[in-house]
Write a protein that binds this ligand. Structure first.
Ligand code: PMP
Length: 377
């Protein structure tokens, strides 16, 4: 027997209350009973997205909601700005390419955060740009990008700000309305505490207007029929009924804790992980680390792939390695969603076991000690 722990940046572990809710008998979706559940989910999502705008639900992974933003906001040949600072920023560019939407890339070194002034300059140099595509927490690097400042840049322009918050929403503050973010997309399998399978997109009035004239081909992800149904607590197509049962439960749990407390919990856990990392003599990869995932540089002489594999296969703890050109060079510990105090000493203890086995020189217990000291504050 091996007890398994999942501290990867998605999928994340799911509370049993949510899993049990999803195990209820299937309900028909065109019924007043299901409309009640849909209504609760729509209302709850607004509170988690910190917006008064509609939040649509798709039966897809997070990338589906990203694709929905591109096809609903733009027409082939349109000009946009894409911030590429890791694997997921690159995805915005790939989606634009797939639909013939033009984009000016802002390439940011992996591990660094975008400078809002660079986005302002790119917008100036791209008259008529219709959208800026950004990533809130770039999961591949663990960087939290300054979305509030980016929203201040797009506010005075015709461009909408579209933010991939797949790994941050519900973990770190993203004040959609207060900051003026037009479209926020996320997925179910991270801080929202659900299995993979749902995606969400909030749509501001400015974004909705743009979507009325966009010419990219769209059907399944067309916001127009989805918004029409949304107004009646309904769905254009068959929703993922049982995942909606789970969503209702996870939203209830998040809102009972209170979003500000949820953010504070994430900050506390990530601070403890960072303290442990420093005490172990390891270095963070991100210059502006997000409180949902901590990316750490693999120390010289240690095989990063083996570290992640040993932790998973021998210790039962799943974290993530690096992606793209930082594969083998970093590892990532997520404390997002259904993560609490004692997940931190568990993952740090496992890390210490594996680091000792791989011959890394450090004082055993120093990481766990630093984490516990931080958590005790
Ligand atoms: N954006 C970010 C920031 C992500 O972390 C992920 C998933 N790791 C995605 C997009 C893609 O989401 P999905 O795999 O759910 O399509």
């Amino acid at each position: 027997m091996k007890k398994r722990y999942i501290l990867s940046p998605g999928p994340t572990s799911v509370p049993s209350e949510v899993l049990l809710a999803q195990a209820a008998p299937v309900m028909h979706h065109r019924t007043p009973q299901f409309a009640e559940i849909a209504k609760e989910c729509f209302e709850g999502l607004k509170k988690v997205f910190l917006t008064e705008s509609p939040v649509l639900i798709f039966a897809s992974s997070g990338t589906g909601a990203m694709e929905s933003a591109v096809v609903n906001l733009l027409s082939p040949g349109d000009k946009t700005i894409v911030i590429r600072s890791g694997k997921f920023g690159e995805r915005w560019g790939e989606l634009c390419e797939a639909y013939g939407v033009g984009f000016t890339p802002i390439d940011v070194e992996w591990g660094k955060a975008v400078k809002p002034a660079d986005v302002a300059a790119a917008l100036k140099k791209t008259p008529g740009a219709k959208a800026v595509f950004a990533t809130h927490c770039e999961t591949s690097t663990g960087v939290l990008h300054p979305v509030k400042e980016l929203a201040a840049v797009t506010a005075g322009t015709d461009a909408v700000l579209v933010v991939d918050a797949v790994s941050s929403l519900g973990g770190v503050p993203l004040r959609t309305d207060e900051w003026g973010v037009d479209v926020v997309v996320t997925g179910s399998q991270k801080a929202i505490m659900l299995p993979p399978g749902l995606a969400f997109a909030s749509i501001s009035e400015k974004a909705k207007k743009l979507s009325e004239s966009a010419k990219c081909p769209r059907y399944y992800f067309d916001w127009r029929p989805a918004l029409k149904s949304y107004a009646k607590n309904d769905f254009a197509w068959t929703p993922a009924v049982n995942m909606m049962f789970g969503l209702r439960e996870s939203l209830k749990m998040l809102l009972e804790e209170g979003m500000e407390n949820v953010f504070a919990r994430h900050a506390r856990l990530a601070t403890a992980v960072r303290a442990a990392v420093a005490a172990l003599g390891l270095e963070l990869f991100a210059e502006a680390p997000a409180d949902v995932v901590t990316a750490v540089k693999v120390p010289e002489g240690i095989d990063g792939g083996a570290l992640v594999k040993k932790l998973r296969d021998e210790q039962g703890i799943t974290i993530a390695g690096g992606q793209g050109h930082v594969k083998g060079k970093i590892f990532r510990i997520a404390t997002m969603g259904f993560a609490d105090t004692y997940d931190v000493p568990v993952v740090i203890a496992g890390l210490e076991v594996v680091l000792s086995q791989l011959g890394y020189s450090f004082k055993v217990g120093s990481g766990v000690g630093a984490a516990v000291k931080t958590l005790a504050k």
